[in-house]
Ligand binder design. Structure first.
Ligand code: BGC
Length: 966
């Protein structure tokens, strides 16, 4: 296969660009710790994390220097052993490095050039017109400024690009992340993506996105770095799965698109991330894991389209302003320099009209990434954190001046960014004042400097105004947390009441229970609450970036976490809720309750025990215990399994009823305790955010009828998810090769194909009432045909500009300009030596690619979004209480020669509220894309025209009582 980002693409100009792109000779002295400095002042210092990383730096500090001072033999021995061990352990580096160093399998993704220009969609035409007028007036330096971040900590947000002052284009302020405003005060800590996915509620997805954006706008943020739909959840232990909405592309797509719409309804630009296949944290980026390269996710074309790229398609269709490309390689080209992904799939096929931004330091080349379709580099620094040396900035100015980056590529990069700004109405200064954010990501103090990353002296200004932007968003946070709680088991125990159990349940319990039958119960109802996860611990913000598991778990860790304004712990809410005149509450907020004396007696008399346990994970730049981003297994952490088993045995000497409440970043194994007879209720509360306890109480006490459904499968073992579901903890090469050879078969698709019985299937979730589904109707709206209609001609023309290389002087440092050290400017100190030359482009650059039949408009060929068939069913609440129901539709493809199809795939869901006895009709509209598979020969979405599609409708992926055909 042709090589994509050829190294020649980089052998263009300045010295730094002539480095081997494979990086072997470039930054081998970079130490992993440098990549860990992501903190803010006032929180534990940068090298807090050194504890956990066996870096060269640390070796020097801890062993080598001190030891050599003493020069003892023992020390030399220790040193040798240490170095040996380090070489072995630092991700197996040396051996595999040697094995592969001669021929790293670099650049196997097909080339796709030139980069499609933005401005073809009707929905963006007006914004592109305005942008063209502005961009036309920009100088070279201004254009470059707009594309390049100013450097790590060179603004108050986590990312800031440069302005184009003379034409009135401001700096954009970019901030994480998917569940709230990171590093900010007085904001809402919403439930995480996985909890949102578990609601299966489109309105809530939208409402949470909108509330998030209101806070962002009021804090002075232009671009939110979320939502996250990648990772998708190929590996249930993947560290960042919780930032997304669940292990199914359709669910991720809907949730991602609704969130985008919600965010953008407030004028804030959303960023859909991480494009694509950043499925695990180990080896996600160079050097962070010792190796000089990121892992390569090797994916076949069909799987890429049907699983990993699918939800990005929904976001593009929803008008997303920005896409963040990921750290990893895909098919051995870095995702942020992969022309097939960015130019081909995203910009041509999906018709993406906004701009592609790199993940923080995910850009690994200069010219090559520009040609491959990257439009903005973040945070600006290139190969190393915070060194002020960019792959772009002045180097992009130089590359345009010497002809190695075509002028029209730069114009397109800038136009895309400016058009997105107009598209979201951010030229309205009443909503987006052209000022820095009113908070600083780097200090909690009121006063500070505007570019704390620079050592240059700067004036102190007010950087934190402590503006409270929470409004009543706690209501939405609470609703999402409650609706995102999944009731997995309920043997008549829930809901409980303020007095413990209601009269009827209490009577049954006391008369049927062997231990308590016949006993006189005159005292209070005795309840025990167990587990560290029920309590506040050391406070929700105890660990930097939430990177430890202590107290109740309400979020994972990393850039996707926020500073909690408060966190209502379960125990706090339970204390308030129980009627203390009727209930005696015993608290054991530890995972190792040592129960003696009075407590022991109390334990024997407990009639109800609520036990909490959890499992945490996060972003891989920091680890907690042995969890370095990705979980090491699917077990409950901190002895959670043993705690539940122990509580079940001791609660009322084994006769008390037990409710297990789990907070988790994803699926956990429950086999050790799920079948224990007195574990009568199990709630998976996911990651509920600041309203944790309140939302839990809403469910436990029946104020909200549970309506959450699993956004992933809970298996009986990790093996049950298949070989592809295992995180690669040790590298298999200098560029670790992760082959997605299971193809389409992840999560329920794998369980269904292999006939494996999960513990709880995808889509499962109980209610306090019963729903009955009936009367399925299938109505054909359009005739089947294999291929979509012909790609439409563009509804608008991209702006055209002069392609003449601008005067060199436009990139010269203005005289008298006081530059801040390390701050990234677009200027060059000397321009006279720059000559226009003929530089080789990547292989395949001159072969213009045919435009994709799947493209043609924002979101792709419009016919892909046309409804071809509708399915309706009646849903009736047959039970005693009101509640919300989630009917789900799965399709089975007709068989087709030589095309393998999963047993079934999710292609529709709805959610509505029904009073007892009430009936409502659910309607599912199936689009051409929903009914198609990606045909690698046609290079298009193809519908199966022979045979019948089968539609299963029900309340989970394995409870599909109604069947329709088309
Ligand atoms: C993460 C992104 C995040 C960025 C900025 C990166 O490490 O992968 O998701 O938006 O940092 O904080």
């Amino acid at each position: 296969m042709a090589r994509d980002q050829s190294q020649e693409g980089l052998l263009r100009d300045s010295e730094r660009w002539s480095k081997d792109e494979a990086g072997h000779d470039s930054d081998s002295d970079i130490e992993a710790t440098e990549y860990l400095d992501r903190g803010r002042a006032g929180t534990p210092p940068k090298h807090e994390y050194d504890q956990s990383f066996p870096t060269a730096n640390k070796a020097r500090q801890s062993g080598i220097i001190r030891c050599m001072g003493r020069r003892s033999r023992c020390c030399i021995g220790f040193l040798a052993a240490f170095i040996g061990l380090w070489i072995l352990l630092s991700a197996g580096g040396a051996f595999v490095y040697k094995k592969y160093q001669e021929e790293p399998p670099y650049g196997q993704s097909p080339p796709w050039y030139p980069s499609p220009k933005g401005g073809i969609a009707k929905t963006w035409a007006a914004s592109y017109d305005k942008a063209a007028k502005m961009v036309n007036k920009m100088t070279l330096a201004e254009k470059v400024n707009v594309t390049t971040g100013t450097g790590w900590q060179m603004g108050l947000a986590v990312g800031t690009n440069g302005p184009a002052v003379h034409v009135g284009f401001p700096q954009l302020q970019l901030q994480d992340g998917p569940l709230g405003i990171r590093f900010a005060d007085n904001i809402t800590a919403f439930p995480a993506g996985v909890t949102v996915g578990a609601t299966w509620n489109r309105q809530l997805m939208y409402a949470r996105g909108r509330a998030h954006a209101i806070e962002a706008r009021q804090k002075g943020i232009n671009v939110l770095l979320g939502p996250c739909v990648g990772p998708l959840g190929r590996m249930p232990a993947g560290g960042r799965n919780w930032e997304g909405f669940g292990a199914d592309p359709y669910l991720q797509g809907v949730a991602g698109a609704e969130t985008v719409k919600g965010i953008q309804s407030e004028g804030v630009m959303a960023t859909i991330k991480h494009f694509v296949a950043n499925e695990q944290e180990h080896f996600r980026q160079p050097w962070e894991w010792t190796l000089p390269h990121a892992l390569s996710a090797n994916i076949d074309d069909r799987t890429l389209h049907e699983l990993y790229a699918w939800p990005f398609g929904d976001a593009v269709k929803a008008g997303v302003a920005s896409v963040m490309c990921s750290y990893n390689m895909v098919n051995n080209s870095y995702a942020c320099g992969n022309s097939k992904l960015l130019n081909g799939i995203l910009k041509d096929e999906m018709g993406f009209q906004g701009f592609v931004m790199s993940d923080w330091l995910a850009q690994r080349s200069g010219v090559a990434s520009a040609l491959a379709g990257l439009d903005m580099t973040m945070p600006g620094d290139g190969a190393k954190w915070a060194d002020g040396e960019s792959f772009w900035g002045p180097e992009l100015s130089r590359a345009v001046l010497n002809g190695s980056v075509p002028v029209d590529r730069l114009n397109d990069m800038v136009t895309r960014i400016v058009a997105a700004w107009y598209q979201l109405g951010q030229d309205d200064e009443t909503k987006f004042p052209r000022q820095p954010p009113n908070f600083s990501s780097w200090t909690d103090e009121r006063m500070g400097v505007l570019a704390p990353g620079s050592p240059s002296p700067q004036a102190q200004v007010v950087v934190n105004q402590f503006l409270n932007v929470q409004a009543n968003h706690s209501v939405i946070a609470r609703e999402v947390a409650a609706e995102g709680t999944v009731l997995l088991v309920n043997e008549g125990l829930l809901p409980i009441s303020r007095t413990g159990l209601d009269e009827a349940k209490l009577k049954t319990r006391r008369s049927t229970n062997a231990r308590t039958a016949g006993k006189r119960h005159t005292g209070k109802f005795s309840i025990g609450v167990f587990g560290e996860d029920a309590g506040p611990g050391k406070g929700p913000n105890h660990c930097k970036d939430r990177a430890c598991n202590q107290g109740t778990l309400a979020s994972g860790w990393g850039s996707g976490a926020v500073e909690f304004p408060y966190l209502v712990s379960p125990i706090e809410a339970l204390r308030k809720e129980f009627d203390s005149s009727k209930v005696e509450l015993h608290e054991y907020l530890t995972n190792k309750p040592s129960i003696t004396g009075k407590d022991k007696v109390a334990l024997e008399d407990l009639e109800l025990c609520i036990v909490f346990a959890n499992a945490d994970s996060g972003e891989g730049y920091v680890k907690w215990e042995d969890v370095r981003g990705d979980r090491s297994d699917l077990n409950l952490q901190k002895g959670g399994d043993d705690l539940i088993v122990d509580v079940a045995a001791k609660c009322g000497s084994g006769s008390g009823d037990v409710i297990a409440v789990i907070h988790a970043v994803g699926p956990v194994l429950m086999e050790k305790w799920i079948d224990l007879p007195n574990v009568k209720a199990v709630l998976l509360a996911n990651l509920p955010g600041q309203e944790s306890g309140n939302a839990l109480v809403d469910i436990l006490f029946g104020k909200t009828n549970p309506s959450g459904h699993l956004p992933f499968t809970i298996g009986k073992s990790l093996d049950d998810y298949g070989p592809g579901a295992k995180v690669m903890y040790l590298p298999n090469g200098v560029i670790p090769q992760q082959d997605f050879s299971e193809g389409l078969y992840i999560d329920y698709r794998y369980f269904d194909k292999e006939g494996i019985e999960p513990r709880f299937e995808f889509g499962f979730g109980l209610s306090y009432t019963n729903f009955n589904l009936s009367n399925i109707r299938v109505e054909s709206k359009k005739a089947k045909s294999a291929l979509p209609e012909a790609r439409p001609s563009p509804a608008a023309e991209p702006p055209s500009y002069s392609t003449v290389i601008p005067p060199k002087d436009e990139a010269r440092f203005p005289s008298g300009f006081r530059a801040l050290e390390k701050y990234i400017y677009p200027y060059l100190p000397a321009v006279d030596n720059i000559k226009v030359g003929h530089y080789p482009y990547p292989d395949g650059y001159d072969t213009e690619r045919p435009l994709s039949g799947a493209g043609g408009d924002e979101g792709g060929n419009p016919d892909l979004w046309a409804t071809y068939v509708t399915v309706t069913v009646d849903v009736r609440n047959d039970g005693p209480v009101a509640g919300a129901v989630v009917p789900q539709l799965y399709i089975e493809y007709p068989p087709k020669d030589e095309v393998d199809f999963p047993v079934r795939v999710l292609r529709g869901f709805d959610k509505f509220y029904l009073k007892p006895g009430e009936t409502h009709t659910a309607q599912f509209s199936l689009t051409r894309r929903d009914l198609s598979y990606w045909d690698v020969v046609e290079q298009n979405w193809v519908m199966v025209t022979e045979g019948e599609y089968k539609f299963g409708v029900g309340l989970s992926s394995r409870d599909l009582p109604l069947t329709g055909r088309w």
